[in-house]
Design a protein around this ligand. Structure first.
Ligand code: SF4
Ligand code: SF4
Length: 461
C-alpha cells in the first residue's frame, strides 16, 4: 500500500524515496516479511497476492526507467490467480531479478540501506545495498487478527470484540463466527464460501487474503452458492452439505427437559428457545447435521429419515453369534462425508478388514447419540469404532464441530463401560480423512486385534 502511494504521487515519473525525496536507483522487495512464520507477532498464513503485487510494483520501476535495479527476495514465489506463472515471466522479461533467499537484517548504510540475506541457491551469505526496501507484510482481516481482541468461544470459533455491521438475530451473537485470524468460512476445502450462518456467503478478502482478480472470481462462486441456497429454501430443502434434504429436526416436547444441550451444541445457531426455554428450531438455518439429535440426553429429537430409532434398528438387525462361535461383531459408525467413502474406496482397492465388521454411515459423528454405543455393547457387540473428520483448529468436519463434540461425548463413555464391566478399549474414536484409504481398514483391524486380546463380550446371549 505504501509503495502504491509513492507510485501514485510519482504520476508516471521517477518514484522518490519518502524519507528524503531521493530518486530510487535500487529497490529490494522482501517477500513473506513476517508471514508464513509461527514467530510471535507474525502471520502464519500466506497472503496469496503479495508475490504478484511485488512483481507488479517492481515493473513500475523497470517501466519508468530500465536502469533501476529491482530485486525480489523470496523463499517460495507464489503467483496464484489469473496471471499466475505468466506474470512472473513478464517480470523476468522486464529485467526484474529474482533471488531465492532468506533476509536476516536490514540496516542503515550511509544514505542507503543494507539488506543481508542467505542466498538459498548459492548457499552463501550476501548483502546488497538498496535505496528503498519494500516489505511484503501481508493481508489481515479488518477484524480479529489481533488475538488480544478476539475471544475463543469454542474450538475453532472466535468472537471479535467489535461492533457488528451485520446485526444478526442469533443467540450466539450479532456477527459471524470467525476463524482464528478473523476470516470466516465454515469449511475451507469443501465449502469455501459458506459461513457458519446459513444463507450468508463470503467472498474476497473477507474470507481469505487475495487480490482483486481472485476476489472477482470468488464473488462469482459465492453468488452461485447463494442462488442454490435460495432455490433450495424455496422448496423447503436443506442447503449444503445435505443439499436437497427435505427432512428437518422435530422434537417431542413432552419429553424435553429444557436442558439446552441442543441449543448450545448446534454448530449453525439454528435453535432458539421459547419463553419456557423449550427449543425452537429454525428450519431455514438448519443444515440437517443431526448434532442436536446426538446431543439430546433424553433422545426426543429426530428426523423423518434419520433418528435414534432408525439407526438403533439397524444395530439390532445385525445377527450376533454366541460367544462360543468365535465370531465377534465390530460396529463401525462412519461419517458419510469422509470416513464412509474412505472405507468404500478401501474396498474397491482391495484393502481387507475384519469380516466381523458391520458399518453404519452417519450424517456426522456429531449426530451419534451415546445410547447407540451402550445399546450395541449391551446387545453383544464386542467393540465399536467411531470415525469422524479432523477436529480442532484446522477442522475438516463438514458440520464444523460435530466431530469435536463426538470426541468429547465419547471421552465420557468410559464410566458407562465401567458400569457394564467392559474394557474401555472396546470403544475407539478416530479422525479419518477421505484419503485414509489404507489407514481406515487398519483401524478396524486394530479393534479386531483388541477384541482377540480382551476376549468376547460377556453380553452375548
Ligand atoms: S440438525 Fe444440525 S443444524 Fe439443524 S438444528 Fe440440529 S444441530 Fe442445528
Ligand atoms: S437437548 Fe433434548 S432435552 Fe435438552 S433442550 Fe434439547 S430437546 Fe430438550
Amino acid at each position: 500500500m505504501g509503495l502504491e502511494k509513492l507510485a501514485k504521487a510519482a504520476n508516471g515519473g521517477a518514484i522518490k524515496r519518502p524519507s528524503d525525496g531521493k530518486e530510487i536507483k535500487k529497490v529490494v522487495f522482501v517477500q513473506c516479511a513476517g508471514q508464513r512464520s509461527d514467530k510471535e507477532g507474525h502471520l502464519n498464513y500466506c497472503s496469496g497476492h503479495c508475490c504478484s503485487t511485488s512483481i507488479k510494483q517492481a515493473m513500475y520501476f523497470r517501466d519508468q526507467n530500465p536502469d533501476i535495479e529491482t530485486t525480489i527476495l523470496f523463499t517460495d514465489l507464489r503467483t496464484p490467480g489469473a496471471p499466475g506463472e505468466d506474470f512472473y515471466r513478464s517480470g523476468q522479461e522486464k529485467g526484474v531479478t529474482f533471488r531465492k533467499g532468506v533476509v536476516s537484517d536490514v540496516s542503515p548504510a550511509g544514505a542507503s540501506l543494507k539488506v543481508k540475506f542467505k542466498d538459498l541457491i548459492l548457499n552463501e551469505d550476501i548483502s546488497e545495498d538498496a535505496d528503498l526496501v519494500v516489505l511484503a507484510t501481508g493481508q489481515v482481516a479488518n477484524a480479529g487478527v489481533d488475538i488480544d481482541v478476539v475471544k475463543q468461544d469454542e474450538p475453532g470459533e472466535w468472537k471479535v470484540n467489535a461492533d457488528s455491521i451485520l446485526n444478526m438475530n442469533y443467540r450466539q451473537g450479532k456477527d459471524l463466527p470467525h476463524l482464528k485470524h478473523g476470516f470466516n468460512d465454515s469449511h475451507f476445502i469443501c465449502f469455501p464460501y459458506e459461513t457458519r450462518r446459513t444463507g450468508i456467503y463470503t467472498c474476497g478478502p473477507v474470507r481469505r487474503p487475495m487480490d482483486i482478480p481472485q476476489a472477482i472470481e470468488d464473488a462469482t462462486g459465492a453468488t452461485l452458492k447463494a442462488i442454490q441456497s435460495m432455490e433450495n429454501a424455496q422448496l423447503g430443502r436443506a442447503a449444503h452439505p445435505r443439499s436437497g434434504d427435505l427432512s428437518y429436526p422435530s422434537f417431542r416436547k413432552e419429553g424435553c427437559t429444557q436442558c439446552k444441550r441442543c441449543t448450545v451444541e448446534c454448530p449453525f445457531g439454528a435453535i432458539d428457545e421459547d419463553e419456557r426455554r423449550f427449543p425452537v428450531f429454525n428450519e431455514s438455518r438448519c443444515r440437517r447435521c443431526g448434532t442436536c439429535m446426538g446431543a439430546c440426553p433424553v433422545r426426543v429429537i429426530s428426523f423423518e429419515n434419520y433418528s435414534v430409532d432408525t439407526v438403533g434398528q439397524q444395530l439390532k438387525a445385525v445377527d450376533i453369534p454366541d460367544e462360543f462361535s468365535e465370531k465377534p461383531r465390530i460396529l463401525v459408525l462412519a461419517c458419510e462425508n469422509d470416513a464412509y467413502p474412505a472405507l468404500d474406496m478401501a474396498a474397491m482397492q482391495g484393502f481387507q478388514y475384519s469380516a466381523f465388521t458391520r458399518v453404519i454411515p452417519v450424517r456426522c459423528l456429531g449426530s451419534v447419540n451415546t445410547i447407540w454405543i451402550t445399546d450395541a455393547l449391551n446387545s453383544g457387540y464386542d467393540g465399536a469404532v467411531l470415525m469422524g473428520c479432523q477436529k480442532g483448529e484446522n477442522y475438516q468436519c463438514h458440520f464444523v464441530k460435530g466431530s469435536e463434540l463426538a470426541h468429547v461425548r465419547m471421552s465420557k463413555i468410559d464410566d458407562t463401560l465401567k458400569t457394564l464391566n467392559l474394557e474401555p478399549e472396546r470403544v475407539a474414536t478416530y479422525e479419518v480423512a477421505i484419503t485414509d484409504i489404507k489407514r481406515a481398514p487398519e483401524l478396524i483391524n486394530d479393534m479386531a486385534a483388541t477384541i482377540e486380546r480382551v476376549g468376547m463380550s460377556p453380553f452375548k446371549f
